[in-house]
Design a binder for this molecule. Sequence first.
Ligand code: ASP
Ligand code: MG
Length: 417
Amino acid sequence: MRIFKFGGASVKDADGIKNVFSVLEKVGHEDTLLVISAMGKTTNALELVIKHYFEKSGELNSSLQDVRKYHNQILLDLFDDEEHDVFYAVNSHFADLEYFIRSNKSPNYNFVYDQVVSFGEIVSTTIVSHYFNHAGLKNNWIDVRNFIKTDATYRDAEVNWEKTQQLISKGVKKKALNITQGFLGSDENNFTTTLGREGSDYTAAIFAYCLNAESVTIWKDVPGVMNADPRVFENAILLNQISYREAIELAFYGATVIHPKTLQPLQKKEIPLHVKSFINPLLPGTSVSKGKDLEPQAPCYIVKRDQLLISLSSIDFSFIMEENISEIFALFHQYKMKVSLIQNSAISFSVSVEDKFGNFNELKAILSKKFKVSYNENVSLYTIRHFNKEAAEMVEKGKTVLLKQISRETMQIVTKE
Ligand code: ASP
Ligand code: MG
């Protein structure tokens, strides 16, 4: 079986959905599972709904209607007959969402978040599946929450591989065209969970692993994995072939073409990953597979914005040693701050972190009891893999460098723009 992942940009409007259909006509659709994200920027739009809900804002209803109208327009563009079942199906999903919002009593933001944003994927796959059937391409719509089981860490759920493996092996129809949602799972009590923003790539990898798939293809609006984000760097080039290791490194440092968790399950079973353009589906794109000799020849540039650079120094000039460091890391873990870079000296310790859950103020109060805490907000972390002198100079030009770290293959710079 092949696993195809189509992200939000590929299904952002009726033409996009028709294009996905034509991609399948060109590359085949037998024995294939499609993992599809929410349409366009729907996840962001639903995040706004959640914000209004918690702020008890008067704009709650209008933000919800925006999401509804957006999907309705896509339906009108795809189907001539307004009596088609798909209108009822989509309406009933929105009725469920509205019911949840009206009746929910849970004050748990992360729980509510997952119950609400999941409608993006549920609605998008409902539309795509009905449209394909309507256009003559028979398919099975699958609710991914019956297959991917997770713990109850809402917004960042951990997969229960054993249960997931059992359910997928037993329940996914081979030979057919299956359509399911990216990003979602469900916990023990069958509440919806999500795997982290942009998590649909990971969903594709989970299915690939459990089905021993022949390959995974991530269809993108770029030609493949580039050595740099073409929106940030001029002269970005396509990497035709890279190793799992290189892809993991690039994704870890923040290259957004592949979600960082995606590679590990694929690498374990040596399932090749292709990153291809949904605009030119017959071009080769990038292949990620096993092999030491697949190191890119050109430097690769990755930028992570919106980082926090935190420096801790001991108040009494005592050394920052193993004991302190392990305590500091335990706190970062507890407060869900993702550490992207570490540097330490005798009495000070600096880290560049991502505060996805907005926990820094709370953490700062705790750290300040033991350390002098200084920090810079909104800094950028540039990583250059396979760096050389010109590459480093180009990145540093015109920026204030707050911290620099160089290892054999990788150079990292934290800057204020
Ligand atoms: N729709 C989700 C998001 O925008 C998941 C994904 O697209 O991969 O983060
Ligand atoms: Mg997306």
